[in-house]
Design a protein. Structure first.
Length: 265
């Protein structure tokens, strides 16, 4: 048995597994819940449980390691995503940024569990998260400067009058593109990472199965499956790091955008 033939037969199944499909539908309406939305609801419930459970066990000196880890995460959100990029008045934005960070983090980690799907692996979910962030920082920008004041605030002050319309247009375009960049960055990294994990898993399985089927002649082929497994473990460790970094980057950028929206030029 040629392991590459087995790989070719399994790759279409892997590709199809990333296509949103209905877990269940509401009668014959054609409306239902896809696997990504289903796991998004699971992630939301897990996030709520973690926050409520840790909130009930807060101590001056944490004795529970998990609670202590969550507190450290909250402290990181407060410092790196709130105080540093926003500055004065950052406290009122911490609940929003912490919710974003922990929800995306848990979503990314859920996707690393075999048989589960990461909600951030579909662009519809990452687009909604980006849109929420986009609406949020623009809302606070309008509150800080007023409607017309915020529109003028898009272009830096002190520019020559002839340059104001040009700079304003490019700054406005950059403002609008923030939602797109947040969406694509998170989705692209999570989708590509999970696709790579799937590919390495298929290669490890295909070479191991081919080695078993070919008997003594398949010793070399079966031995190569060990290499693929090592690569799979390395990729899994890398994807665990990426899962954290993408949650961190999304929340940090949201904090930066809030800071830019409310700051005085």
């Amino acid at each position: 048995m040629n392991p590459l033939d087995l790989v070719n037969s399994l790759v279409p199944e892997l590709t199809a597994s990333f296509t949103p499909t209905y877990v269940f539908t509401f009668g014959d309406s054609g409306i239902g819940v896809t696997q990504y939305i289903f796991w998004m609801c699971i992630t939301f419930a897990l996030t709520l449980i973690v926050v409520l459970a840790c909130g009930k066990h807060l101590q001056l000196v944490p004795t529970n390691r998990f609670v202590g880890m969550v507190e450290q995460g909250y402290g990181m959100v407060r410092r790196d995503m709130g105080e540093n990029p926003i500055g004065h008045g950052f406290e009122k934005h911490i609940p929003f940024l912490a919710t974003l960070f922990f929800f995306i983090l848990i979503s990314n980690f859920v996707g690393l569990i075999p048989g589960c799907k990461t909600p951030t692996g579909t662009i519809s979910v990452t687009w909604c998260l980006s849109l929420i962030s986009f609406v949020y920082f623009n809302y606070w920008g309008i509150r800080a400067h007023g409607g017309w004041g915020y529109i003028k605030h898009i272009a830096p002050s002190g520019l020559p009058k002839v340059m104001v319309p040009i700079i304003w247009f490019f700054e406005f375009l950059s403002l609008v593109l923030r939602a797109l960049t947040l969406t694509v960055r998170l989705y692209g990294n999570m989708f590509a990472g999970h696709m790579a994990l799937g590919i390495f898993s298929i290669f490890a399985y295909a070479f191991l199965w081919a080695g078993i089927q070919n008997g003594l002649a398949g010793i070399v082929t079966g031995g190569m499956s060990i290499l693929w497994m090592l690569l799979l473990f390395a990729m899994y460790a890398l994807e665990t790091l990426v899962a954290f970094l993408q949650a961190y980057v999304f929340a940090v950028l949201s904090g930066v955008y809030i800071g830019l929206a409310v700051a005085e030029h």
